[in-house]
Design a protein around this ligand. Sequence first.
Ligand SMILES: [Zn+2]
Length: 162
Amino acid sequence: MSNLQLGKSKSLIGSLIVTLYNRFALSLCPKLVCVMRFYAGMWGSSLPAKVKITMWRIMNNYLPTYANLQARRLNVINCCPLCKREAENIEHIMRECVFVKELLETQRIPLTTQDADVPWKEWLALAFARLTPTWRHALMITYWTVWYARNKPWTSPGSARA
Ligand SMILES: [Zn+2]
């Protein structure tokens, strides 16, 4: 067996062990463990800081969505500007809007829409825990892109919400 084949075997065994460990831990995992693992996986990723910081803001619902702006007494209409069906809150932007659903499906990110009745932070931590590191990266980049696209700073200067 060559060194290359040996390296690939070790890599496969390593990822199998990690997968089995994650499944075992998930079966026992209280939500706090999932949230801590989310942060460890998210901050430990090799993605740019701007992606990780946006993901942290998404997790904690710190993005200036129209629902959040309205809750802070700004005079805005909180309806989603894309689908115009529901309030633009974090759950809608990242999980429920027809546009994000289509985007996630197009990219084949295996993100579950189950357990949508649990609080957002818990849902995202659980969904993140079920993904492999590669899919986590894909999700983080997709979420960053979704927020960036919603702000559309290139088409309407000065209108970006931060
Ligand atoms: Zn929408």
